[in-house]
Design a protein around this ligand. Structure first.
Ligand SMILES: [Zn+2]
Ligand SMILES: [Zn+2]
Length: 311
């Protein structure tokens, strides 16, 4: 089985040097499949690229001479690809700008906690200048859970990291349009204050104590652009969950055709059911968030922005 971005999962049979799908399409395997076994996306047979459309965005990958890194990288790729497929479904793939100088790139790196070659360093997840940096320790379940406890977070997942960070990438794209930026500031407040100072204050004080009235997460209260990245990530969570529920037959309407109010109503009831189901089998809530009205307005702004980008 392999994944084609345009047609979905394909079962494949070998055909000479290539692989053939049941519909007769010919593919080659991504170089990260043949060399490392960390990818399941396909490349059209005559594409000049060796890497699939998702692996092409990788700038730095974990050191594969260390055996443990293979599994961590594989998990990173799974989450990255789920995020990227969501971007594709929302019609935003071209804006990832793979061939452009300011397009998206990923650095998956290590620091002194997992690799003595980087003993003096401490790498945090983040976004700067088109590059999403993720510490591969986030793919280690114990390390991530420890970070979640230390930061007193309700939710911390690899997929959540990718969706949040790509939100920063898209913010930069949309903010090139002054009219959009004005509307953003009406909704999320002015982002031009000192970013470093805002985060320092957040980490010193723990943020707005009544954050849940206005923000989807505590961290969203740190700075308007963090609020955007969090809201963006939650819009992507909502769309993926609704799409999955639709495909599984739990809801009738296709979320990619539904208006915002319909989607929000469905997600509010579906997320409660999802949490109850998790409790029924002994897990914590899968979606430990409440979407208050001011937060819904921010999600609607994300929805409207994506709709406008598709016009
Ligand atoms: Zn690949
Ligand atoms: Zn952020």
């Amino acid at each position: 089985m392999g994944f084609d971005l345009n047609t979905g999962l394909e079962s494949l049979k070998p055909d000479g040097e290539a692989w053939r799908s049941s519909a007769g399409q010919h593919y080659k395997l991504c170089r990260n499949t043949t060399e490392f076994g960390v990818c399941n996306w396909l490349v059209p047979e005559h594409d000049v690229q060796d890497y699939c459309p998702a692996c092409r965005f990788n700038r730095t990958v974990p050191d594969q001479s260390k055996p443990d890194n293979r599994l961590l990288w594989w998990r990173m790729e799974q989450a990255k690809k789920r995020m990227l497929f969501g971007i594709y479904q929302l019609g935003l793939w071209p804006a990832l700008g793979w061939t452009s100088a300011d397009g998206l790139l990923f650095d998956f790196i290590e620091d002194g906690r997992s690799n003595w070659d980087f003993a003096e360093t401490f790498v945090t997840t983040g976004f700067a200048g088109g590059i999403i940096t993720l510490n591969i320790l986030e793919a280690n379940d114990v390390a991530r859970k420890q970070a979640q406890e230390d930061m007193q977070e309700r939710y911390r997942t690899l997929l959540g990291h990718f969706r949040h960070e790509v939100g920063h990438y898209f913010w930069g794209r949309f903010a090139e349009n002054q009219a959009w930026l004005d509307r953003f500031r009406e909704r999320f407040n002015d982002e031009r204050g000192d970013y470093g100072q805002a985060l320092e204050t957040y980490y010193a004080t723990g943020g707005d104590p009544k954050w849940y009235q206005k923000y989807i997460s505590r961290y969203a209260s740190a700075h308007p652009v963090e609020d955007w990245a969090e809201s963006w990530a939650h819009y992507l969570h909502m769309m993926d969950a609704l799409d999955t529920a639709h495909r599984q037959g739990f809801i009738r309407s296709d979320p990619f055709d539904a208006d915002f109010d319909t989607k929000l109503r469905q997600w509010r009831s579906l997320s409660v059911a999802l949490n109850e189901l998790n409790r029924a089998v002994g897990h914590n809530d899968a979606y430990p968030f409440v979407i208050a009205e001011p937060i819904a307005k921010k999600l609607e702004f994300v929805h409207d922005t994506i709709a406008a980008a598709n016009e």
